[in-house]
Design a protein around this ligand. Structure first.
Ligand code: ZN
Length: 297
């Protein structure tokens, strides 16, 4: 088996995690959370999202959060999810903040894409084209393929459905694509096979995995991804997260669990595990409940 020496862990808790919490947190708490994560050595943080406040009221304070995080430290890449053209316009008004990258999401599943954004996959890819055109030269754009490993409405997802979205994104010059197991339906063999196939088909792209632990397979899927040559793994502090459009979807894999496993495997992340666990505790105190993370202080 071949293992990488180092991997990039991207924190998505402030966005994917908090958008699924019933409790709406004030921007000060989010700013503190992001600062703690950056201080822990996490160099890629998805901080918020620019979507309609009625769709995701938890993140309606995107501007205040980005204004508030100040300089999170040299080498920290701050990103935000963008839902449509209006979202990229809001993001472009934030160029004086650390925001450097936006994320566009299109589902491999027609049914999930409709449920998520009320558009067909083709319509979403057309929107991606427009977003990339507006962001060009100002904000880096990363792509994410939702439900790449299974859809609760549609069932199995074929490599062709994933490739269709990947190709649409590559055509717009996107250089990093994250395959998301939005519903946590993937298994390690599937993750390995799809990633191997897609990496071979589209060389020169940076590939990431966004994993949910719905069926307890999150870390196993991460290991399968490492074997298939994934370069980026996304997780959320404490295992916050889920998907409001997918009934029963559990949180993301927990950042502390992932970092602890990677370090024990001799794979470097540059992250201070202890400080991630301190932030986990901070979020548990803030939300008033125990989070799913297994590795604790
Ligand atoms: Zn997610």
């Amino acid at each position: 088996m071949h293992w990488p020496d180092r991997i990039l862990v991207r924190e998505v808790g402030p966005r994917d995690g908090l958008q699924n919490e019933k409790k709406i947190l004030p921007p000060e708490i989010k700013i503190s959370m992001i600062r703690q994560l950056a201080a822990a050595g996490i160099t890629a943080i998805e901080a918020t999202s620019f979507v309609h406040p009625r769709a995701v009221p938890q993140l309606s304070d995107a501007e205040a959060v980005l204004e508030g995080i100040g300089g999170p430290g040299a080498g920290v890449s701050v990103s935000a999810l963008v839902g449509n053209v209006r979202g990229v316009q809001r993001a472009l008004a934030m160029l004086h903040t650390p925001l450097a990258e936006i994320v566009v999401v299109v589902s491999a599943s027609e049914a999930h894409n409709r449920a998520n954004v009320k558009r067909t996959v083709a319509e979403s890819l057309a929107e991606v084209r427009e977003i990339c055109r507006l962001a060009a030269g100002q904000l880096k754009v990363r792509g994410a393929v939702a439900t790449a490993f299974g859809c609760p409405y549609q069932g199995g997802i074929g490599a062709g459905e994933v490739a269709r979205v990947v190709e649409g994104m590559l055509k717009e010059g996107i250089g990093e694509i994250v395959l998301a197991d939005t519903a946590g339906m993937g298994n390690p063999r599937q993750v390995y096979d799809l990633l191997r196939e897609i990496r071979e088909r589209y060389p020169g792209v940076t590939w990431g995995l966004h994993l949910h632990d719905t069926r307890g397979r999150g870390l196993a899927n991460a290991v399968a991804g490492l074997q298939a040559g994934v370069q980026v793994l996304e997780s959320s502090v404490g295992g916050l997260g889920g998907c409001p459009f997918i009934p029963g979807a559990a949180g993301n894999i927990a950042t502390g669990d992932l970092v602890s496993m990677l370090h024990d495997m001799g794979i470097e992340t540059g992250i201070d595990l202890r400080r991630v666990l301190q932030c986990t505790q901070f979020m548990e105190e803030t939300l008033g409940r125990r989070l799913p993370a297994r590795v604790r202080l």
